[in-house]
Design a protein around this ligand. Sequence first.
Ligand SMILES: NC(=O)c1ccc[n+]([C@@H]2O[C@H](COP(=O)([O-])OP(=O)(O)OC[C@H]3O[C@@H](n4cnc5c(N)ncnc54)[C@H](OP(=O)(O)O)[C@@H]3O)[C@@H](O)[C@H]2O)c1
Length: 306
Amino acid sequence: MKKLTGKLLLLLGLSALPFMGLAQSAKTTASAAPVSAIPAVTLANGVKMPVLGFGTFTLKGEVGEKSVAAALSLGYRLVDTAAIYGNEEAVGAAIKKSGIDRASIFITTKLWESHSGYENAKKAFEVSLKKLGVDYVDLYLIHWPRGDIKGSWKAMEELYEAGKIRAIGVSNFEPEQLAELMKTARIKPMVNQIESHPFFQQQKAQEANEKLGIQVQAWSPFAQGRNGLFTNPVLAAIAKKHNKTVAQVTLKWLVQRGIATIPRTSERAEMQENLGIFDFELDAADMKKIAGLDTNTSLFSEWRRK
Ligand SMILES: NC(=O)c1ccc[n+]([C@@H]2O[C@H](COP(=O)([O-])OP(=O)(O)OC[C@H]3O[C@@H](n4cnc5c(N)ncnc54)[C@H](OP(=O)(O)O)[C@@H]3O)[C@@H](O)[C@H]2O)c1
């Protein structure tokens, strides 16, 4: 019966209610396959974005295509790629072969800094579209705040207005860089994708983004396992209490803070595990304990060169 309920929910999620707020699923344990449709957040322009998506950094070629195919078959409906990941073709092929209606899949890709500027950004966007094999993307981000940001943003505003991008945003923008962009932007960024995980929580950045109506989306929600995240005793105790895993607690903690996220794995079982976060709630004491893990320091300083 439990299995049947899960299958019905999956079917609903796949067809009638893409991205909709069907947060309840059959009760699961950490080991059983969780099945639930993924709730959505509504961006400033009304576009709905799944709160949980699939990250693809390092997943290239055949592994990339297989991973994205598996994620889609399990119910993921947001795929996060980037020109610099070198896997837009693999992502596009998996999407095409899945047979899932294009409108039910939310595709994010990103503009790399070597293509910044008005003309370059327009060209780079067309290249991404071609590689992905689609005629629009759902979200296009400036990957890092470098190069000619003003020019890139102008190009993105025009592509947005032309209907080639459903939402535009930035990534790795500090509050001051957002303020600078706002001075000349006609259209506000709708998303800022930033590093956020238990060891670098970014509370202040979240507040600053929220004040501007910008949805935060967390990259490296597991800090790629750095700092011993998957065996952290505080997270492990909370996971045990809820009969969940550290990965599930970490993702749930982000979502309960109102942050969207895009975990990556090439393992089908882990993809499924990471979906199993919509049938439990962390209480205030859990949230407080996790807040205590913040070191206020990036674990990816090597990427933060100016
Ligand atoms: N905008 C940016 O500048 C930026 C920067 C970094 C990342 N991103 C995006 O954010 C996505 C996620 O970040 P990330 O890929 O850096 O790292 P991540 O999602 O924090 O961690 C990925 C690692 O966690 C492991 N993992 C995943 N689920 C697990 C589970 N349930 N149990 C145990 N281990 C698990 C994976 O191992 P296995 O593969 O072995 O399962 C992989 O080694 C990226 O893929 C990318 O799309 C964006």
